[in-house]
Design a protein around this ligand. Sequence first.
Ligand SMILES: [Zn+2]
Length: 402
Amino acid sequence: MDTKQVVNIDQVKQINMAAVYRLIDKLGPISRVQIAQSSQLAGASITKITRQLLEAGLIAEVSQQQSTGGRRATSLMSRPHFRLATVRLGRGILDLAMYDLTGQVHQKESHTLGAQTQEQLLPELIDYIGTFLEKQHKNKPIALALTLSGLVSPSNGFVIYAPYYELKQCPLGQILEQQFKLPTYVGNDTRAMALAEHYFGQSVDISDSVLVSVHHGTSAGIIIDGQVFMHRNRDLAEIGHIQVDPLGERCHCGNIGCLETICSNPALLARARKLLSQGSISKLKPTDSIEVLYQLAAQADELCEMLVRQAARALGKTLASVVNLLNPQVILISGEICLAQAIVFEEIHKSISHQALSSFAQQLEIRAAHYQNNPTVGGLALIKRAMLNGELLMQIIEQHSH
Ligand SMILES: [Zn+2]
C-alpha cells in the first residue's frame, strides 16, 4: 500500500471536525441537516462532532423560526467570546493585544524594548507577556500567537533567523508554550498579515492575493487558494532581496541592488538626505520622517515625488515577476508608502502592464491593505487559522475532556 494513502485517524477526526466548525462559523445559525447536506458527512458523525463542540463551549444551540413558519428548529452557531492573546515583536517595540474570535480588541498595550540580543530579549519578552496574561484573570485566553520579522518555521514556531535581535535557531514557540501553558503559534509578520487581510480585511473572499509590506524592509505574504503559501519547514517570498539594480548599492544580505536597497523606508530616507546634502531643493528637511516624505511626494514636491516614483517603479518591476509567477487576483500594499498611493499605484500598474503577461495584468487589482497600523492582527490570524483547520479545536476539546 502506498504510504501516502495511510492517513492517521486523528487527522481524519481533525479534518471532519474542522469542516463542521467552518460551516457553523461561516453560515451559522445552521441546522444539523444543512451541515449534513453541505459537508457530505454522515448524520451520526455530525451528531458526535457537534456534541463535542457544544460540550467544549465552542458552539451554541439557538432556537430559530423556520422560514416556512410552524415549529421552531434548533440551529448551531459558533461562539466568538474566546480570548486570544497576540504579540507582535517589532524593532525595539512590543505590541500586545487581546482579541476575541470576531476580531474585536478588548485590551492592548505597547512597550519599548531595550533588548538587542537573544539572551536579553527572552527574559524581557516573557516578563511582558506574563504580566499581560495575568491581567486577564477572568478571561483566560485559549491561545497565544507571536509574529515577528524574520524567517520562521511555521509548523513549530522555530525562529531560524531574525536579524534585529540576533535570533538564530531559537525554539521560541516551544519556549513560550512551556512558559505560559497555552497553545502557541509563532509566525513571520508579513505572512500573518496577508492571512489577516484574507480573514478580516481587503482580500476576504479572494482566493489568490499577495500582500507587500514596505517598512524597514520589503517583504511579501502570498495567499493561494485561501492558504498562506509556504513550505513545510522553510520560509519563502523574500521579495526584498530580488535584485532590481545590478549596479546598485550593497544590501545588508550581502548582495547588490536588492529591492530593499531602493524600496524601503530607510533606503528612501537615506537617498533623500544624500540629495538634500548635495543641494537639492525640496520642502523636505533632513530630520523629517518617512511620513513627511511620502506626504510631500503626494503634494508633488519634485524631489520627494521623483524618489517615491523611482522606488515604486522598482517595486512594480519585482511585482511584474510575481504576477507572471502567481497570477494573483489582488496585490495589497501596506506601509507608509500608501500615503502617496496615487503615484505609487500608477507606477506599479505601469511596470506591471509593461512587464507582466497582459492577460494576467488586466485582471489584477492593486489595493491599499486594510490593516496599516495594527501589527497584532497577524497573531489573531494565526490563531483563527488554527481554529479553522481544526488544530486548536482538537486541543481545546482534549483539554475539556480531561
Ligand atoms: Zn538583499
